[in-house]
Ligand binder design. Structure first.
Ligand code: NAD
Length: 447
């Protein structure tokens, strides 16, 4: 079904047109205009998909992608290089250079929870780096997927950029073809399928996956700011955020006090059933998966649900243990289990026993605790005294480790993810040392 488009993209890449920086700039500007012109449609489609508010869509999706386009427009020349490198003594006299070259025909597969950002942001990096691109957004956010397909496929030639619509069947077909790079965002389960398909063609992959990201709150934390930031980060997009704090590990001594702060902020932020700024659950399947995690006996706050509206109230569970359903898989919804620890090292050990998470967060004012957090725990990225915001800093690479993924993007890292670093050394043609050439006579061996 998609074979002809993939072949056309391969042929177009071979014309070398995408290597021209003027061409890339023009395409990025064209994309920027397309997004700006259709901003209202973007808001409407995502609201239909899962009731995401205009404000959230602007801050976490539209402005995010526009910022990426501006960033690459500004830095394209510098990133594309070439860059000079030093030359070691044995190769003197020579010039050594690194050329960032596009990989070729790339495939971007997106997830539904930030449908624009997760499909378009890697796509922008791929185009900036000079590739052709096929984007397959998630079919679960059906309205945003078809809108992206309609807008982009009408605006751009399919031999350069194409949005493929479809679910498992279509993605399986696409994955059977050869690409020069696959960039996947989604679950660890599907990440393994993608990795396997890519291996058949020796295609490099970036896998942006998920996991259970902890937030540790110690006795020395500023509870007010910790609760405010955790509540915001957890219930943004109704918890359907890959780097949302999945669960809290709080020092047993301060648990009750901290829970009150959490409850206060949930109330203050007004996430009631009629709140327009509170996103709904993406579909009934996920709604049922999530409600099954709510153990009525462990509800500290919340627990109200409405299947018709796909609404789940921000819910805090206490007295949770590792055997509870809610601790068996990534929650990906507005349920926040709170677990306790007695000693800080116990909290660290609990996290170490789990798969490496995509994010980890620590709230503390103790220097030693900060140091142990960064030196002992392995996680994709994270924050001390905040949540989520590390991903908005383009100077930092964004990606997972172990079960939460491989590779990274954002800012310069995104450009490099879709580039090959080609090393070239240019030698002078004089001053040749005879030593390196055979025959290796006694005289030479004395050296
Ligand atoms: P998913 O893995 O179900 O789907 C992701 C993509 O894979 C979709 O485009 C889908 O069509 C495709 N897909 C699904 N099943 C497939 C199959 N059998 N073969 C081939 N393709 C298939 O993930 P999701 O539900 O869209 O997103 C939720 C997950 O993504 C969570 O685990 C979350 O943590 C993770 N996530 C990670 C990031 C990140 O940046 N690391 C961002 C958002 C979401």
């Amino acid at each position: 079904m998609f074979e002809q488009i993939i072949i056309k993209q391969r042929e177009f890449f071979r014309t070398h047109k995408t290597k021209d920086l003027g061409f890339r700039k023009h395409k990025l500007e064209q994309l920027k205009k397309l997004i700006q012109k259709n901003e209202e449609l973007l808001y409407e489609a995502i609201a239909k998909d899962f009731g995401k508010s205009r404000f959230d869509t602007y801050t976490t999706e539209v402005s995010f992608v526009l910022k990426d386009i501006d960033f690459y427009l500004k830095n394209l020349k510098r990133f594309a290089g070439p860059r000079n490198a030093g030359t070691n003594l044995v190769n003197q006299i020579a010039t050594s250079r690194i050329y960032s070259e596009p990989l070729g025909n790339v495939l971007v597969i997106g997830a539904w929870n930030y449908p624009y950002q997760l499909s378009l942001s890697p796509m922008v990096a791929a185009l900036a780096a000079g590739n052709t691109c096929i984007v397959k957004p998630s079919e679960i956010a059906a309205n945003t997927m078809s809108l992206m397909a309609r807008l982009i496929n009408e605006e751009f030639a399919e031999d350069y950029l194409y949005v493929a619509e479809g679910g498992v069947e279509e993605t399986t077909e696409i994955l059977s073809h050869k690409f020069d790079k696959i960039f996947f965002t989604g679950s660890t389960r599907v990440g393994k399928i993608v990795y396997e398909a890519a291996a058949k063609h020796l295609t490099p992959v970036t896998l942006e996956l998920g996991g259970k990201s902890p937030a540790i709150v110690t006795a020395s934390a500023d509870f007010d700011i910790a609760a405010k930031r955790i509540v915001w980060g957890k219930f943004l997009n109704a918890g359907q955020t890959c780097v949302a704090p999945d669960y809290i590990l709080v020092d047993e001594k301060v648990k009750d006090k901290f829970l009150e702060y959490l409850r206060n902020y949930i109330t203050q932020f007004e996430y009631g059933p009629h709140a327009e700024h509170y996103t709904r659950i993406i579909n009934l399947r996920n709604f049922e998966r999530l409600t099954a995690m709510i153990d009525a006996e462990k509800i500290y706050h919340g627990g109200k649900t409405n299947a018709e509206d796909l609404y789940i109230e921000p819910t805090i569970l206490t007295s949770v243990n590792w055997n509870d359903k809610v601790m068996q898989e990534e929650i990906f919804g507005p349920i926040l289990p709170v677990l306790t620890y007695q000693y800080y090292r116990e909290a660290i050990n609990m996290v170490l026993e789990q798969e490496k998470p995509l994010a980890a967060y620590l709230f503390t004012n103790e220097k030693d605790e900060k140091e142990l957090f960064t030196s002992l725990l392995s996680f994709g990225g994270g924050c001390i005294n905040d949540v989520i915001m590390h991903l908005s800093n383009d100077n930092l690479p964004f990606g997972g480790v172990g079960n939460s993924g491989m590779g990274n993007y954002h800012g310069k890292y995104g450009f490099d993810t879709f580039s090959h670093q080609k090393a070239v050394m240019g030698r002078v043609t004089w001053g040749e040392p005879n030593l390196k050439y055979p025959p290796y006579t006694e005289d030479k061996l004395k050296w």
